[in-house]
Design a protein around this ligand. Structure first.
Ligand code: AMP
Ligand code: ZN
Length: 464
């Protein structure tokens, strides 16, 4: 069965038919690097990591591109307000480039802990100013732009397809939504290039055919995605908050400049991680970071397991209690794997192939990770299958799930000195083949609340 996704553009589940056979190009809207990414943001990156891993597992070659927004993202979506990078730099008394470096490094460390595979290309807006200017010039040439006192704007009334992604019209926007019009001709028009208000005051500004300034937020994604993936590509991903404005504008820019339709074939959007029913965003002061979860005794992979339990298009309500539940289930899973690693029995039944097919079918059905986890559990609990076969399947599935099962090891447990002395004494007894003493010491250890097991690697301790 070919893989199918829910495409926001068509509002239908559609089979993937890549532009180039056997290869898939994916662009992911990445972090704005003025602050730590919170676990809501990481829900998005986990979803797209699973997408990539699934395609790799199915044999596709994947070219994955993600950006770092390090200029031009204003505090308001209506091209008003301060630049988030400049604001953070002023607040922390640092250079905007230092802020960008610090938070992109922090992002990469967290992504690594979450087993997120690094994209093929990671590109920064500030390193692609030339490409962004060229794209605005192409739009200018094609008659889509106009100039105001504060910048070059996109005239959305000139692009008949405007709004097809979010199902809104150029006059429209959601009913009742207040829009700062300024000198804009239409509510949905947006800045392509902004002029520096007072030249020399901003840290980040560049010369352009229109004077000193900086790019609008949306233009970077159009310019960089097509630089690395071509003027048409397969999949574009992002959070559902980007549908109405950012992604709509990306389409208007790219189709207006390149003239190819559709610019992107499949648009995939993740639903939000919510907290007590509220959407959580960094700018609202929002939710935990990965380090904050670690301080609460959770690992990044506990959080990954938590996310995989819910389909990426369904809202996911976060609470520490719910995460605790996921952590315990994930610990049980790892314990089963550790246990299986000590066994050598092998038995392949028909269910071996059946589980493989069920797992692939779940992932091919719009990345149904919750169902895929259920298949993994059924595999491990199947009494007919041999231990080796179970492990083989679990490791195969984990290439997609990314839960680090192959590395699962019994957590080092700290037993008191007194117990460790007894373990040492028992080791001596065993070396001398004094089985009576060995058994007596084992009972003594048990009476003190610990269980000692003999394995190929020697004695292992567990809490009794
Ligand atoms: P930002 O750094 O704000 O541009 O966000 C980075 C990514 O995280 C974008 O794809 C957003 O759509 C996504 N995102 C932001 N908040 C959440 C949330 N609470 N749940 C899921 N995704 C989110
Ligand atoms: Zn973007």
């Amino acid at each position: 069965m070919p893989i199918a996704f829910f495409n926001t553009l068509t509002r239908k589940k559609e089979e993937l038919k890549p532009i180039k056979k056997g290869e898939v190009g994916i662009y992911t809207c990445g972090p704005t690097v003025y602050w730590y990414q919170h676990i809501g943001n990481f829900r998005a990156y986990i979803a797209w990591d699973v997408l990539k891993r699934t395609l790799l597992h199915l044999g596709y070659k994947v070219n994955h591109v993600m950006n770092y927004t390090d200029v031009g993202h204003l505090t308001s979506d209506a091209d008003e307000g301060e630049d988030k990078m400049e604001k953070a730099a002023a607040k922390e008394g640092k250079k905007a480039s230092e802020i960008a470096k610090f938070y992109s490094d922090a992002f990469e460390k967290d992504a690594e802990k979450l087993s997120i595979i690094t994209p093929t290309t990671v590109c920064k807006a500030t390193e692609h100013i030339k490409e962004q200017i060229a794209l605005v010039q192409a739009l200018e040439k094609n008659g889509f732009t106009y100039k105001t006192s504060d910048g070059i704007y996109y005239d959305t009334s000139k692009f008949p397809d405007y709004g097809k992604l979010g199902r809104i019209s150029a006059e429209g926007l959601e009913e009742g939504k207040r829009v700062e019009m300024g000198e804009k001709k239409n509510k949905t028009d947006f800045a392509l290039w902004k002029f520096s208000e007072e030249p020399g005051k901003r840290q980040q500004e560049w010369e352009s055919p229109w004077g000193l300034g900086f790019p609008g937020w949306h233009i970077e994604c159009s310019a960089m995605s097509s630089k690395y993936l071509g003027e048409q590509f397969d999949i574009h991903t992002g959070g559902e908050d980007h549908i109405q404005v950012h992604h709509q504008n990306e389409i208007a820019q790219s189709e207006g400049a390149y003239g190819k339709k559709p610019w992107v074939k499949y648009w995939l959007h993740n639903a939000f991680l919510t907290f007590k029913g509220d959407k959580v965003s960094k700018s609202k002061g929002g939710l935990y970071t990965i380090s904050e979860l670690e301080e609460q005794g959770f690992s990044a992979l506990d959080y990954r397991y938590f996310c995989l339990g819910t389909h990426y298009r369904k809202p996911l309500n976060f609470s520490l209690e719910a995460l605790e539940g996921a952590k315990n289930t994930y610990a049980r899973l790892k314990n089963m794997i550790i246990e299986l690693k000590t066994r050598t029995d092998s038995k392949k039944t028909a269910s071996f192939e059946k589980y493989k097919q069920e797992f692939d079918a779940a992932m091919e059905d719009d990345l149904n990770t919750a169902q895929a986890l259920a298949v993994l559990w059924n595999t491990l609990k199947d009494e007919g299958l041999g231990s080796r076969e179970k492990l083989e399947l679990a490791f195969e599935f984990d290439k997609v799930l990314g839960l680090g099962l192959a590395d699962a090891e019994a957590e080092a447990i700290e037993a008191p000195e007194e117990i460790m002395d007894l373990v040492d004494a028992r080791e001596d007894a065993r070396k001398k083949k004094d089985w009576k003493a060995s058994d007596r010491i084992r009972d003594e250890i048990k009476a003190k609340g610990w269980i000692v097991e003999d394995t190929k690697e020697g004695q292992k301790l567990k809490k009794g």
